[in-house]
Design a protein around this ligand. Structure first.
Ligand code: KG4
Ligand code: ZN
Length: 334
């Protein structure tokens, strides 16, 4: 089954073809970062318009790279939520129209299920991870620990009570004057920072439980930054202190989640999963425990069409699909 995947929930237009026999055939991504940079964040109306401009050319490009004609598709999957409503509607409208014209089934995919299954697209040294496992979902909108008992059977173990990890990266970057999108910039800066120059707390690790809270950490950084000399060197040191605090906190909770669920495999997904120090820290933890950690390649940690094509293909192959109405769910629990 060859399934076209379409991702338009926020500021990236992602398209891919996943083949249930041959695997990922092609994928393409267009990022709107430059468009939104001058506003310091995503402008929803501009995002929708840019998806309208880019989606069809990207679908053509992806099909050409896969060596397929549009009539070769057996199904269409699109992100139905959560996300920006206008942006979601672009993907849903195009996906529905294509499926209707081609007389193939279409399915709306939960964006976070896409992220959650992205590590299963990759062949690691020990093959592809299979459930049961614990998933750490760390994106700009979510921070969750999920026990994946089977594909489609998800149990929430813990989540953030305030800011998501990616959001904390972005807000912290902004308060130190870094340009949008701050997360990756802050991580780059932290590479030059000294490890112990600033030490911030590891929120909610001093008590049992698997929930997170990152907004207090951001305030700690704000105060430290405000009272500092605000030099380039200090900015790097603060970035390092902040990154170490987030990475440590995530690693401590991941260890606890593995203990609580009895799993030995951890998969990591979502944009913050691209963070090098987090990857190294979780890898070390897994080795120490005699367990395993799996990550998507960095390009499939952030938003992309491949994860949507893959999650949709699994559901379509299992016989699921939606009726023909164009419906999106901007706020949606998985
Ligand atoms: O999954 P994603 O692309 O979009 C959402 O669904 O939210 O995640 C984007 C988030 C942003 O907050 C971004 O700052 C963060 O992931 N991010 C990073 C890194 N790369 C992306 N945070 C820390 N280190 C990185 N290398
Ligand atoms: Zn995402």
């Amino acid at each position: 089954m060859k399934v076209l995947g379409i991702e338009t929930s926020c500021d990236e237009t992602g398209v891919a073809v996943y083949d249930t026999d041959a695997g990922l055939r092609a994928h393409a991504l267009y990022s709107q970062i430059a468009l939104h940079a001058e506003y310091g964040g995503v402008v929803p109306e501009l995002a929708s318009r840019d998806h309208v401009r880019k989606l069809l050319p990207l679908i053509r490009q992806t099909l050409a790279e896969a060596g397929l004609g549009i009539e070769d598709l057996d199904g269409v999957a699109y992100t139905a939520g959560p996300g920006l409503v206008g942006a979601l509607l672009v993907g849903a409208g195009v996906a529905r129209a294509l499926a209707w014209a081609l007389e193939v089934p279409a399915i709306g995919v939960h964006h976070m299920e896409g992220h959650l299954l992205a590590p299963l697209l990759e062949d690691g040294p020990a093959g592809r991870p299979q459930p049961p496992f614990v998933a750490l979902l760390v994106s700009g909108g979510h921070t969750q620990l999920i026990h994946v008992e089977a594909i489609g059977r998800y149990r929430l173990l813990g989540e953030t009570l305030d800011d998501a990890a990616g959001e904390a990266f972005d807000k912290t970057a902004k308060l130190m004057g870094l340009p949008y999108p701050g997360g990756p910039q802050l991580a780059m800066l932290a590479e030059r920072g000294r490890p112990q120059a600033f030490r911030f707390s590891r929120p909610m690790t001093d008590r049992p439980g698997l929930d997170f809270s990152f907004s207090g950490l951001k305030t700690q950084v704000l105060l430290a930054w405000r009272d500092s000399d605000q030099s380039d060197r200090t900015r790097a040191d603060v970035a390092r202190g902040f990154e170490d605090a987030v990475v440590d906190t995530l690693a401590i909770k991941c260890g606890r989640a593995l203990d609580a669920s009895g799993c030995d495999t951890l998969v990591v997904a979502g944009g913050v999963g691209a963070n090098k120090r987090l990857r190294a820290r979780l890898q070390a933890m897994a080795e120490q425990r005699g367990g395993r950690v799996a990550f998507p390649r960095p390009a499939f940690c952030t938003d992309n069409g491949a994860m949507i094509a893959f999650a949709g293909a699994l559901r379509l192959r299992a016989g699921q699909h939606d009726d023909a109405s164009v419906r999106v769910t901007p706020r949606w629990d998985m």
